[in-house]
Design a protein around this ligand. Structure first.
Ligand code: DGT
Ligand code: MG
Length: 528
């Protein structure tokens, strides 16, 4: 999905660790073919094989490849599209819910391959599979799909083999998207995000292309104009044009002080690096929402019966979203906008802990279990409402909002049970002759201890570890996407779910409880 041109919002951050200038990473970029149109064709298979456009207001925001063959282009007005292709079928794409749901399913499939998935808009994802590649030497060494290589040179660092493995993984991912979701996509495989995104568009639809490192400069040069580099927006481009920079070559050879004068040092450096195909930014794991909710604004209501009606509708909507999300919330919040006699509005919220049953009898919360839960939640909401509004005096309300939060992975404020620490330390000391032992090999720690723990206990121990990080550490995430103080090599060797949990907890920095680091964390850090 093409984003807005925002000059100071770089998709590709070139200022990260310079060691990434080498070709050691394997990044896959996946972009779904004619995304909205595919979703519509899945929902209504009779549309398949016919030219289909998706309209929002008077624009065809996308169209399937049959329509493209007949001259329809993305972002055409409906009028021009119908002039080009009178047989074009138009589907309304203004309700984004179905696209959002498919986008989430795609993300889930990709996450089953690698923890490091960064979602970009609805239909694009970056996946860092470096750790998979190093661990799977048995994977074929030939490139799957197309190869972009316009010179005979082969890099000696081993990146060609790694990229070949990456292309094999990309094919597997795309096959699964097709088999499980009926979705076709394009992939680009390269040693950084910028190049992976660019190379993926060279063969469309339903194909994949791998860029060999020796050809990265020629790929960048083939873009011709700096504005074609993702991350260079229209305002930057205007400033470049004012400096007479209208080719990639000119940007490459521009004097940095001139660029700095016009754009500031940070942007000047970033865009010049991009013009050489250098992108050191890492794949940032996309966060799942910390809360799920909805609000409804309306003309003033004054009776509890009306409030109850509104809340019942809202609750139904939000429960559907919570069920789709699949996590179990532990907090429920009610927000109310009160209209005061002086006619100014005040928003107020109250939150409480809830017992949320996941087995409700049906996927839509309609079964007997679901009904029981809804009644309980409505009682809780009523109590919260009465904490905000004194129902004995006259009142008016113009908005109600419900949100669930406190999902397991984001619940860092939960107290750590002593028994868990004890269990963990017991296991830890029994697995080593003396406590603490120096690591046998730099870059390793005894992960078998964590592995042996039951999943729920392991989760809490990891939580505990993160809670005990000094908050200054937690507030400074590193460029490497690796918790501060841990050797990235050690981190990469950890089992995927442990890394995921450590990273998730790192992000909970603001709620981090300051405590003295425990033995394990010290050991872990020493090991790195
Ligand atoms: P592709 O990737 O060329 O096969 O075609 P799409 O349709 O997947 O295009 P893409 O990847 O740029 O965007 C993904 C979806 O996002 C697309 O299906 C419709 C929507 N979209 C793209 N650009 C715009 C836009 O400028 N405005 C709006 N409202 N929606 C857009
Ligand atoms: Mg797309």
């Amino acid at each position: 999905m093409e984003g807005e041109d925002e000059d100071h919002e770089f998709l590709f951050n070139t200022s990260a660790d310079q060691s990434f200038n080498k070709h050691e990473r394997v990044i896959i970029h996946i972009d779904i073919d004619c995304f909205y149109a595919q979703v519509e064709m899945i929902l209504n298979p009779s549309l398949r094989g016919k030219p289909l456009g998706i309209k929002q207001k008077n624009i065809v925001v996308t169209c399937n490849y049959e329509a493209r063959a007949l001259g329809v282009e993305k972002l055409m007005t409906i009028k021009s599209a119908l002039e080009k292709c009178p047989s074009l079928i138009l589907a309304n794409g203004e309700d984004l819910k179905k696209y959002r749901e498919m986008s989430e399913k795609i993300y889930q499939v990709l996450q089953s391959y690698s923890l490091f998935v960064e979602k970009l808009g609805f239909d694009e994802n970056f996946i860092d599979v470096t750790h998979k590649v190093v661990k799977c030497p048995e994977v074929p060494q030939v490139i799957t799909g197309h190869t972009f290589q316009d010179s005979d040179g082969i890099c000696a660092c081993g990146c060609t083999e790694r990229l070949a493995q990456g292309s094999f993984i990309a094919q597997k991912m795309r096959d699964r998207l097709r088999d499980e979701l009926g979705i076709t996509s394009c992939a680009g495989i390269a040693f950084n995000k910028l190049l992976a995104k660019l190379i993926g568009t060279t063969h469309k639809p339903n194909q994949q292309t791998t860029l060999l490192s020796t050809s990265s400069l020629s790929l960048i040069k083939s873009l011709k104009h700096p504005r074609n580099i993702p991350g260079i927006g229209s305002a930057i481009n205007r400033k470049l044009e004012a400096l007479g920079i209208d080719t990639i070559e000119k940007l490459q050879s521009a004097e940095i002080f001139k660029l700095t004068e016009a754009l500031g040092a940070k942007i000047a450096n970033q865009i010049q690096q991009l013009s050489f195909g250098i992108d050191n930014s890492h794949v940032k794991i996309t966060d799942r929402p910390k809360s799920i909710g909805a609000e409804d604004g309306f003309t003033p209501i004054r009776s509890e019966v009306e409030v109850q009606k509104k809340l019942t509708c809202l609750l139904d909507r939000v429960l559907e979203l919570v069920e789709k999300d699949g996590r179990k919330p532990s907090q429920l919040k009610l927000t109310v906008r009160k209209l005061h006699p002086s006619s100014h509005s005040v928003r107020e919220s109250r939150q409480t802990t809830i017992e949320y049953a996941t087995e409700t009898g049906s996927s839509t919360h309609q079964g007997p279990g679901g009904e029981k839960q809804k009644v309980k939640l409505m009682t809780t909401l009523k109590n919260l409402f009465e904490k905000i509004i004194d129902c004995d005096v006259s009142w008016q309300v113009t908005l109600l909002g419900i949100s669930f939060s406190g999902f397991p992975s984001s619940n860092s404020a939960s107290p750590v049970k002593n028994s868990i620490n004890k269990y963990f330390h017991l296991k830890a000391s029994s697995s080593r002759s003396e406590e603490p032992q120096p690591p046998a090999k730099r870059g390793r720690f005894d992960e078998s201890v964590l592995q042996e723990l039951p999943p729920d206990i392991r989760q809490e121990v990891l939580q505990d570890m993160q809670n005990q990080l000094p908050s200054s550490d937690a507030q400074k995430p590193t460029d490497f996407n690796c918790p501060k103080g841990i050797d990235p090599l050690v981190f990469y060797e950890l089992p995927m779910e442990i890394r995921e949990e450590l990273l998730a907890e790192e992000r909970m920095k603001k709620q981090t409880i300051k405590r003295k680091p425990n033995n394990l964390l010290q050991y872990f850090r020493k090991a790195s």
